[in-house]
Design a protein around this ligand. Sequence first.
Ligand SMILES: CC(C)(COP(=O)(O)OP(=O)(O)OC[C@H]1O[C@@H](n2cnc3c(N)ncnc32)[C@H](O)[C@@H]1OP(=O)(O)O)[C@@H](O)C(=O)NCCC(=O)NCCS
Length: 182
Amino acid sequence: MTQHELSAISVDLPIVLRLATENDLAKLEWYGQYRHYRNLFRRAFREQRMGRRLMLIADCNGYPIGQIFMQLRSAKRVFFGDEDSAYLYALRVMEMFRGQGIGTRLIQQAEVLALENNCTWATIAVAKENNGARRLYERLNYHVYGDDPGRWSYLDHKNRVRQVNEPAWLLEKALNKSSDLR
Ligand SMILES: CC(C)(COP(=O)(O)OP(=O)(O)OC[C@H]1O[C@@H](n2cnc3c(N)ncnc32)[C@H](O)[C@@H]1OP(=O)(O)O)[C@@H](O)C(=O)NCCC(=O)NCCS
């Protein structure tokens, strides 16, 4: 402890990985920080119900402190033959929970779910300036196969169009039944 710290306690918090429910949607806004994604969360949830997307969250005491979403059978990359890919995106972990393996577990669990949904490839886009996240993906055996201008738009919570311009590396990984969490 430093001289500014008055006392300390240790807490052991269980983190459960599970699919998002409707009750999580407002909480995914993280007290306003991601309010502008409200419509995207709702659309992802509708598509989860249709079996086209999955919203995997890391739940701590009923609050989603981390997330990764997945588009199943994504058209992001054309693979050989009939092989399907899952596009993993929107990975984030609350700052105070970072560096403890939660991001890694979210990706690994997403890969298990992708395989269960007959996707044999996973793809991810990472902003070119996000070296930390790229390092994390490469440690998990993702390889850069190309890049993308990263231009897209969405309607925010006030139905205003928001433009995104974030050049990104595209990474991919062949999913292997023996190298996942099972
Ligand atoms: C990237 C992110 C999800 C990692 O979550 P995490 O729970 O800290 O991940 P882990 O503990 O499993 O692994 C830590 C690794 O994450 C990477 N990382 C990227 N940004 C980081 C950050 N701001 N803080 C800590 N680690 C970060 C590092 O590679 C680190 O590994 P290192 O030991 O080689 O430095 C988290 O840092 C985050 O939410 N960042 C902001 C959003 C983001 O950049 N998402 C990726 C979009 S493609």
